[in-house]
Ligand binder design. Structure first.
Ligand SMILES: *Cc1c(COP(=O)(O)O)cnc(C)c1O
Length: 360
C-alpha cells in the first residue's frame, strides 16, 4: 500500500515521532507507572511539562519577556469573545479585517462588547485576495487580523501597521503559527488553536503583552479573564495536559529540525512546488491572487469543467487524503502545514500530472 499523506486543514498532520511519543506517554509516562492521562496537573512531572512547553514555545518564537504565554480551552473560537471582553472598553472602537470566514466570526463576536469598524473586506470576491488598503479608525484600540485564512488560502505576507500609534495588532494565527518568524513589536495579542500547525484539538495558545490588560471595567467571568490564567500559570482549573504534551513533542520536533527559520524555508519550497504545478497543469488553476497565496493552505479548482469526485477518488487511491475543498468554496485544498513532508507534496504533484495525462 502507498504511504498515506493527510492534507486535512485541521485537525491536521502531526510529526510521526510526536505521535509515537504520545502513544508511549499514554501508556506509561516517563516510567512513572502511570499514564499521562491519569496524572494530576499539580504533580511535578506535569508541572514540569507545562513549564518546559512554555519556555520552548517562547524560545522558538522569540517571544519577548513582556509577553505572557497561556494555554486555554475552548478553541480559537472562544478567543473571538475573550479578546474584546478583555481588551475593548464599551465606548471604544476596534478595527477588524474581513478576510475570510474566521475573520468574520471574530468580528461578529466583538460587536457585543464595543464598537467594531470593518477596515477592509473581500467578501464580495469570495475572499480571493487580501485588501491591504485599510480604512482604519484613528483611535482603534486594536486592529484584528487573521494571519492565514485557512478556508480561502490567503495569507498576510507582511503585517499592517496600526494607524493609532497607541494601538496594537491582535492576530488569529491558528493556521500559520510556528511556520514563520513573528516580529512581536506591533502585536498586543496572538492566539492560535493547536490543531492546525502545532498539535491536536483541545488547547489554544495565547500570547499577551502585559500592558494591554486591565483597561476595561466590565465584569469578566473568572474563566474568561486572561489574568486568571496568567496568574495561575494556565492551571487555574484542570488544563488539557495531554494536548499540551502533543504540542510539546511537536515543538521539540521543530526545534530539532532547526527551528522557525528552517521550517519557513521548507514551507516555501513545498508551497512553491505545488503552486508551480497548479500553474503548469492544464486541468487546474488557483482561485487566489498570486501575491496573497498561503504557504499553508493551497486551494485549487478545475480550470474548466471536471469531475471533482473522480479526482478525489483518484487521489485517495494514491494515498493522498482529505483534499476536498471547504464546503463553502468547493474544489480542492491541500493543507501543507509544518509537519507535511516535502515527499507528500511531491506525491500530490505526481498524481496531478498523472491525472492530467489521463484527461487531456
Ligand atoms: C480552525 C480555525 C479557527 C477555529 O478554531 P477552533 O479551535 O475550532 O475554535 C479559527 N481561526 C482560524 C484561522 C482557523 O483556522
Amino acid at each position: 500500500m502507498n504511504k498515506i499523506y493527510n492534507f486535512s486543514a485541521g485537525p491536521a498532520v502531526l510529526p510521526g515521532g510526536a505521535l509515537q511519543d504520545t502513544a508511549a506517554a499514554v501508556v506509561n509516562y516517563k516510567n512513572s507507572g502511570m499514564s499521562l492521562l491519569e496524572m494530576s496537573h499539580r504533580s511535578q512531572p506535569v508541572v514540569n511539562l507545562m513549564a518546559e512547553t512554555n519556555s520552548l514555545a517562547r524560545r522558538l518564537l522569540a517571544v519577548p519577556d513582556n509577553y505572557h504565554i497561556i494555554w486555554l480551552q475552548g478553541g480559537a473560537s472562544t478567543q473571538f469573545s475573550m479578546i474584546p471582553m478583555n481588551l475593548l472598553p464599551k465606548n471604544e472602537t476596534a478595527d477588524y479585517t474581513d478576510t475570510g470566514s474566521w475573520a468574520a466570526k471574530a468580528q461578529k463576536e466583538a460587536q457585543a462588547y464595543g464598537s467594531v469598524h470593518v477596515a477592509c473586506s473581500t467578501k464580495n470576491s469570495i475572499y480571493d485576495h487580501i485588501n491591504k488598503d485599510l480604512q482604519q479608525s484613528s483611535k482603534a484600540i486594536y486592529l484584528h487580523i487573521t494571519s492565514n485564512n485557512t478556508i480561502y488560502g490567503t495569507q498576510w505576507k507582511t503585517f499592517p501597521e496600526t494607524l493609532n500609534p497607541e494601538g496594537y495588532l491582535v492576530a488569529d494565527m491558528s493556521s500559520d503559527i510556528f511556520s514563520r518568524p513573528v516580529d512581536f513589536n506591533s502585536f498586543g495579542l496572538i492566539y492560535a488553536g493547536a490543531q492546525k500547525n502545532m498539535g491536536p484539538a483541545g488547547v489554544t495558545m495565547v500570547i499577551i503583552r502585559d500592558d494591554i490588560l486591565g483597561k476595561v471595567d466590565r465584569h469578566i467571568p473568572t474563566m474568561l479573564d486572561y489574568n486568571t490564567h496568567i496568574d495561575k500559570g494556565s492551571a487555574f482549573n484542570t488544563p488539557p495536559v495531554s494536548a499540551i504534551f502533543v504540542v510539546n513533542r511537536t515543538l521539540h520536533w521543530l526545534d530539532d529540525l532547526g527551528g522557525i527559520r528552517v521550517i519557513e524555508q521548507r514551507n516555501k519550497v513545498k508551497a512553491d512546488k505545488l503552486y508551480a504545478e497548479i500553474e503548469r497543469n492544464l486541468l487546474f488553476k488557483s482561485p487566489i491572487a498570486e501575491e496573497d497565496r498561503s504557504l499553508m493552505n493551497v486551494p485549487f479548482v478545475f480550470a474548466e469543467d471536471g469531475d471533482e469526485k473522480e479526482f478525489l477518488d483518484f487521489c485517495t487511491k494514491h494515498g493522498l487524503m482529505t483534499l476536498k475543498g471547504h464546503r463553502s468554496v468547493g474544489g480542492f485544498r491541500a493543507s501543507i502545514y509544518n509537519a507535511m513532508p516535502e515527499a507528500g507534496v511531491d506525491a500530490l504533484v505526481a498524481a496531478m500530472r498523472e491525472y492530467e495525462s489521463q484527461h487531456s
